[in-house]
Design a protein around this ligand. Structure first.
Ligand SMILES: [Zn+2]
Length: 192
C-alpha cells in the first residue's frame, strides 16, 4: 500500500488543468538551477522559483519508517511547471497535460577530493556531495547515484496508481521530451 503524504508546494502562479492528462514525466532533482531541489528529502516540499513546481517527490528513504509513502505537493487538478520547453507528441504546453514526479537523486556523480559529488552541479561551480550511499555504473562506464530500493518500490507503486487512475496514461523520461535534459538517467531502472 502506498500513502500520499500531502505537503503543499508554493501557491503562486498556479493554474487548473484544462486538458486531459496524457503522461507522467519522471525527473531527478540533481543539477537543477534551483539549489533548493537538492534539499528535497522526506519533509520539505520545495519549489523555489516562481511558477516552478512538481506534483510528487520520492525521497531516498521513508519519511516515516516502515511506511511506504511519497510526497504530494499539489492536488490532482493543479498544474505546475516542471517540464517547460518540452515537446510531447509533437507539441508544447507539456505542463498542461502531465504530472511531474521528482526522485531525490543527484544523477551523474564524480569523485572530487575523495567524495562523490554531483557532476552537474560541479560544472556550475557548486560542490554537492551525494547523500545516497551506492553508485550505479552505467554500461558506458559513467557513474551515477543509485536509486534506493525504497525509491524504486515507491516509484513502481506510484506508477501503478497513475495507471489505475488514468487509463492508458504514458510515462516518459524528462530526457525523452526535452533535449539536453539528463533525468532521470540510466540508474532509474523502473520499466516505464
Ligand atoms: Zn527534469
Amino acid at each position: 500500500m502506498l500513502y500520499l503524504d500531502f505537503i503543499p508546494g508554493r501557491r503562486d502562479a498556479l493554474h487548473k488543468y484544462v486538458e486531459p492528462i496524457e503522461a507522467i514525466v519522471w525527473h531527478f532533482t540533481g543539477g537543477s538551477k534551483n539549489p533548493k531541489m537538492n534539499l528535497v528529502e522526506g519533509g520539505a516540499a520545495l519549489s523555489g522559483r516562481r511558477g516552478v513546481g512538481w506534483h510528487f517527490t520520492i525521497p531516498r528513504q521513508a519519511p516515516s519508517p516502515g511506511r511506504l509513502s511519497v510526497l504530494q505537493h499539489y492536488s490532482w487538478d493543479e498544474r505546475v511547471g516542471h517540464a517547460g520547453g518540452s515537446i510531447l507528441n509533437g507539441r508544447g504546453n507539456v505542463n498542461g497535460r502531465t504530472y511531474g514526479v521528482e526522485l531525490a537523486n543527484l544523477g551523474p556523480v564524480v569523485k572530487y577530493k575523495g567524495k562523490w559529488v554531483s557532476s552537474l552541479w560541479l560544472a556550475d561551480g557548486a560542490v554537492v556531495p551525494m547523500r545516497g550511499s551506492n553508485i550505479f555504473t552505467a554500461p558506458g562506464g559513467t557513474t551515477h547515484e543509485a536509486f534506493s530500493d525504497y525509491q524504486l518500490e515507491a516509484a513502481a507503486q506510484l506508477k501503478a496508481l497513475f495507471d489505475r487512475r488514468f487509463k492508458g496514461v504514458a510515462h516518459v523520461r524528462h530526457s525523452e521530451i526535452k533535449r539536453g535534459k539528463p533525468d532521470p538517467g540510466p540508474a532509474f531502472t523502473l520499466d516505464l
